[in-house]
Design a protein around this ligand. Structure first.
Ligand code: ATP
Length: 195
């Protein structure tokens, strides 16, 4: 089986915390590839950030020179609410020679039991959890079906979030070195997150 990481997120925008989390997961679980899956944000939902096309283009740009990393557009194509279980079921059907690992930051690990059909999801993937600064995650609070399928991977703590990047842009502050330069350039050129 080809070990494949799946990394879901809004990526609004992608930043170095995401990239280092993916790389740390790749190394820890000996993943052959990591697929970044941008979530679709429905047009009727008010959303302070960039539209899905800009988010996808920034991801493409960030991953262009990263062998083994690529964008998987399944949730953007499906539209509607992006449930992970639907994504995983569709990918299993399409790629029967792959074992899937779902990558999450520690803020998300706590939330896993609330995900749609969480027990079924835990049967279909192994979760890889990465510590985020200020977001400790106590495994005893997790149900056993999650704990059994959770692999913890360490990474150099990176306190960057997309929220902070959007806030800085709004305040006219620098986001240089928080995301790869071509992404920074894209954000400036298109005036993203300015207001
Ligand atoms: P926002 O601030 O808009 O909520 P975010 O920075 O948390 O965005 P998402 O796109 O929502 O980014 O996150 C996608 C995944 O990446 C989540 O599992 C999240 O926990 C993880 N992640 C994001 N930033 C980091 C980071 N700095 N370190 C480790 N994991 C991270």
């Amino acid at each position: 089986m080809r070990r494949t990481g799946l990394f879901g997120g809004t990526f609004d925008p992608i930043h170095y915390g995401h990239l280092l989390a993916a790389e740390s997961a790749r190394e820890a679980a000996k993943l052959e590839e990591v697929w970044f899956i941008p979530t679709f944000v429905p047009p009727h939902k008010s959303h302070p950030g960039a539209d899905s096309e800009n988010r996808r283009r920034m991801l493409e740009t960030a991953l262009a020179d990263c062998p083994g990393f690529r964008v998987e557009e399944i949730e953007l194509s499906r539209q509607g609410v992006s449930y992970t279980i639907d994504t995983v079921n569709a990918l299993h059907e399409r790629y029967q020679d792959r074992a899937f690992y779902w990558i999450v930051g520690s803020d998300m690990v706590k939330d896993l039991p609330n995900w749609r059909q969480a027990e079924e999801l835990a049967e279909k993937v192994t979760f890889i959890g990465l510590e985020r600064p200020g977001e400790p995650c106590d495994e005893v609070d997790l149900p056993s079906y999650v704990r059994r399928k959770l692999l913890r991977a360490s990474m150099p703590p990176i306190g960057i979030s997309s929220t902070d990047i959007r806030r800085r842009r709004k305040e006219g502050r620098s986001i240089r070195f928080m995301t790869p330069e071509p992404v920074h350039e894209w954000i400036r050129r298109h005036g993203l997150y300015e207001s």
